[in-house]
Design a protein around this ligand. Structure first.
Ligand SMILES: Nc1ncnc2c1ncn2[C@@H]1O[C@H](COP(=O)(O)OP(=O)(O)OP(=O)(O)O)[C@@H](O)[C@H]1O
Ligand SMILES: [Mg+2]
Length: 250
């Protein structure tokens, strides 16, 4: 399997009022094409910072982030915008526009690239069908359940045919049954569209349900990584054992 995302010796620090916060320390990570890769850790572990490095929203303080052979930190302007179209994002809070229908929300990223209205509409309907919401095209978000809103979020993330889907706690606001449905949808999309998926979570059940591989993060570091089967059968780090024991970060 070829590597699609690679982080080499990545460090990320933030300066806040003269204080230095080290969000990521010596991160080395390889994600294979078509994998569903989980990143699990407590609040503040650095998970979202890692995701923002992968999609080019942040640059590493040192080290390299390579996505599809491109050094993301070297991209600026138009090449960076083009690169970012290759990556779809879904979020805990859905990030939908309340004044737009489901279909119009999905069309939004398409409006930023060239193309006519009819093409955008056809694509949005096709995506609504893919996520099982064809009959809800003209509903506004406030008429949709949490699970349905996230389906719209998934459809919107796929609108530009990305090769990578990043999910930052996308199921954290959903109940267990709806969480399983959304995870099944993500798996189905990986199988059908061959996208690579990175799932950020603080729940081991999410990792168990869909991930092929997992990295466990603690205080900015990856403390353990491997196939889900290996990590579940033979956890090494105390924090991994804690997560497996049903521990959560609450
Ligand atoms: N823009 C920023 N400026 C300053 N500090 C930041 C910034 N972004 C993140 N941090 C800090 O970096 C550390 C890691 O934050 P991050 O958001 O990546 O954690 P997380 O694992 O996603 O947590 P959560 O599970 O709560 O979302 C935290 O100490 C956070 O305060
Ligand atoms: Mg986060």
């Amino acid at each position: 399997m070829s590597t699609i995302i690679e982080l080499k010796n990545v460090e990320k620090t933030f300066k806040v009022k003269g204080r230095t916060i080290q969000a990521l320390k010596n991160i080395n990570l390889q994600i294979g094409e078509g994998e569903i890769f989980g990143i699990i850790g407590y609040s503040g572990a650095g998970k979202s910072t890692l995701v923002r490095l992968i999609n080019g929203l942040e640059k590493p303080t040192s080290g390299e982030v390579i996505v599809q052979g491109e050094n993301v930190s070297e991209l600026r302007g138009a090449p960076l915008r083009k690169f970012r179209q290759k990556i779809g994002m879904i979020f805990q809070g859905f990030n939908l526009l309340w004044s737009r229908t489901a279909k119009e929300n999905i069309e939004l990223p398409l409006e930023l690239v060239k193309g006519d209205k009819a093409t955008r509409e056809t694509r949005a309907i096709e995506l609504l069908d893919l996520v099982g919401l064809k009959d809800r095209a003209d509903n506004y978000p406030n008429a949709l359940s949490g699970g349905e809103k996230q389906r719209v979020g998934v459809a919107r993330a796929l609108s530009n045919n990305p090769c990578i889907l990043l999910s930052d706690e996308a199921t954290s606001a959903l109940d267990p049954k709806t969480t399983r449905e959304i995870l099944a949808l993500i798996k189905d999309i990986r199988d059908r569209l061959k996208v690579t998926v990175v799932i950020i979570t603080h729940e081991m059940s999410v990792v168990r349900e869909v991930c092929d591989k997992v990295a466990v993060m603690q205080a900015g570091e990856i403390v353990e990584t491997g196939t889900v089967a290996d990590v579940f059968n033979n956890p090494q780090a105390d924090i991994t054992k804690h997560f497996l024991g049903g521990g959560s970060d609450e």
